[in-house]
Design a protein around this ligand. Structure first.
Ligand code: DGJ
Length: 468
């Protein structure tokens, strides 16, 4: 009796042993071919990465000194009797760590994190000595000798004038808590703007978007929150467009605001605020791609994920297209940049004004999927690396003429006196294989490494300055 295999479908390929064999030959050849194709793509990509390193070395011997790993050896002082309530709350019983010292307003190490006026960077004085040195964490003076007020900021390179504009939160007011449990805050004063040709000497261009003093219902009323302003230029409309995080004292409004100007130095007209795509929007940035399409990236859903979507052609609104990225990863302070067709982003964790570990992410398409590469910080010491050098990302400046080289801009917040928060600008290099292999790629790294190098003191290559 012939037993029919009820599960086997009768097909021309399986009706006899000979054709069965040829069937499996075809299948295995196909598998082999696909494997070869995959291997080829890996090898060629790794070649690309290696080529990138070679290119990096060949074309940028000038930036090599910026890649020197600089260690920090800070001795933690023995514990004293009284500590600030903030530090005590964080770790009541354990021994002191560097982060406790950082958060302790009365720490003996205060001058290490927040050096005083005596050591301020004063380009007007120092320029005569031809220094051009950045000293991350020191007070940085503008051309009039006042500390620069451009926190949570970003840079616009105005192609038309060749000038750099630095926009940020002007926070030169008292820090207070609106409620017992509320975050430390400064009333909105406005968006500050500074101009420069060398990214080191900054002229104060004034408040380009001032606070609203009287109308309490206005988004910019001083009792609200204005954070992380960013400006891009729209070639089609000839307008400078500013996007910013707009909130109420308790951070429940969670919106983005839009303002517009004919000039980079303002004044900017405030248009309105909106919840992008109908979702909460807190820490945010905007990114203008090579093809002129601009994108809004913002922390949403209680900061548990980021959202990204293109803006309309006039940059005044979002379009209905939106993707959720880094879902469940609780990231904020996004700073996005692009290098050789790949998109990169640095983000921070969500710990209020306290510093935490930065992560670098990469994507082939700006709309995702985004992969997490790992902590980009190099040098200092372990605590420096675990706290983004005691700072939080805000923007990345590409260095034209030095492909793969960037300036990483971050804020070292001083929650006890927010106006005294400092700027951490450090060299950032994209090159070499990433150190965290990706699961779906058989352990082969697909992305280049993003490295932010700690330096107590550093400067841009003189050739870069000569190009300006
Ligand atoms: C972290 C954000 O990155 C800052 O911009 C600010 O909103 C603080 N939180 C407030 O605690």
């Amino acid at each position: 009796m012939r037993v029919r295999n009820q599960y086997r479908k009768s097909t021309p390929l399986c009706c006899n042993a000979g054709s069965r064999r040829s069937g499996s030959v075809v299948v295995w050849s196909l598998v082999g071919f696909l494997l070869m194709l995959h291997l080829y793509s890996l090898v060629s990509h790794n070649d690309e990465v290696a080529g990138e390193i070679r290119l990096h070395m060949r074309h940028h011997p000038l930036v090599r000194e910026l890649e020197q790993v600089e260690e920090e050896n800070i001795q933690i002082p023995p514990p004293r009797g009284r500590r600030s309530p903030r530090a005590a709350k964080r770790r009541p019983k354990r021994t002191t760590t560097l982060i406790d010292e950082f958060l302790d307003e009365n720490s003996q190490l205060r001058h290490v994190f927040f050096p005083g006026m005596k050591t301020a960077i004063d380009p007007m004085k120092d320029a005569r000595n031809d220094t051009f040195y950045y000293y991350p964490g020191r007070i940085w003076l503008d051309t009039e000798g006042n500390p620069i007020q451009a926190h949570g900021g970003g840079i616009l390179h105005d192609e038309r004038s060749g000038t750099y504009y630095w926009y940020g939160e002007y926070k030169d007011g008292p820090t207070y808590h609106a409620h017992k449990k509320g975050a430390a805050r400064v009333d909105i004063i406005g968006v500050g703007c500074y101009s420069s040709n060398d990214l080191w000497t900054w002229k104060n261009e004034g408040l380009v978007l001032p606070a609203e003093e009287t109308n309490e219902t206005h988004d910019l009323h001083k009792s609200n929150v204005l954070e992380r302003p960013k400006v891009i230029y729209n070639e089609k409309t000839g307008k400078y467009v500013m996007w910013m995080h707009i909130d109420d004292t308790n951070y429940t409004k969670a919106s983005v605001g839009i303002a517009i100007s004919d000039y980079p130095t303002g004044p900017f007209d405030y248009l309105h605020s909106t919840r992008p795509h109908g979702f909460e929007g807190r820490d945010m940035t905007i990114f203008k791609d090579d093809d002129g399409v601009a994108y809004l990236i913002y922390s949403s859903e209680d900061n548990s994920e980021l959202h990204i979507g293109p803006l309309t052609e006039d940059y005044l609104d979002v379009t209905p297209i939106m993707r959720r990225i880094l879902v469940g990863q609780h990231r904020e302070a996004p700073a996005l940049f692009k290098y050789r067709g790949t998109y990169y982003m640095i983000t921070s964790g969500c710990t209020g004004w306290a510093p935490n570990e930065a992560l670098a992410h990469a994507a082939e398409s700006i709309m995702g999927p985004w992969e997490t590469l790992g902590n980009p910080c190099i040098g200092g010491n372990k605590m420096f690396r675990l706290t983004t050098f005691f700072a939080q990302s805000t923007y990345v400046i590409p260095l034209p003429g030095f492909p793969g080289s960037f300036i990483f801009m971050a804020d070292r917040w001083n929650p006890a006196d927010l106006r005294d928060s400092r700027y951490i600008w450090l060299p950032m290099i994209v090159g070499g294989p990433a150190d965290r292999p990706l699961e779906f790629n058989f352990g082969f790294p697909l992305w280049s490494r993003v490295s932010i190098y700690w330096h107590k003191k550093w400067r841009l290559p003189s050739r870069w300055r000569a190009l300006q």
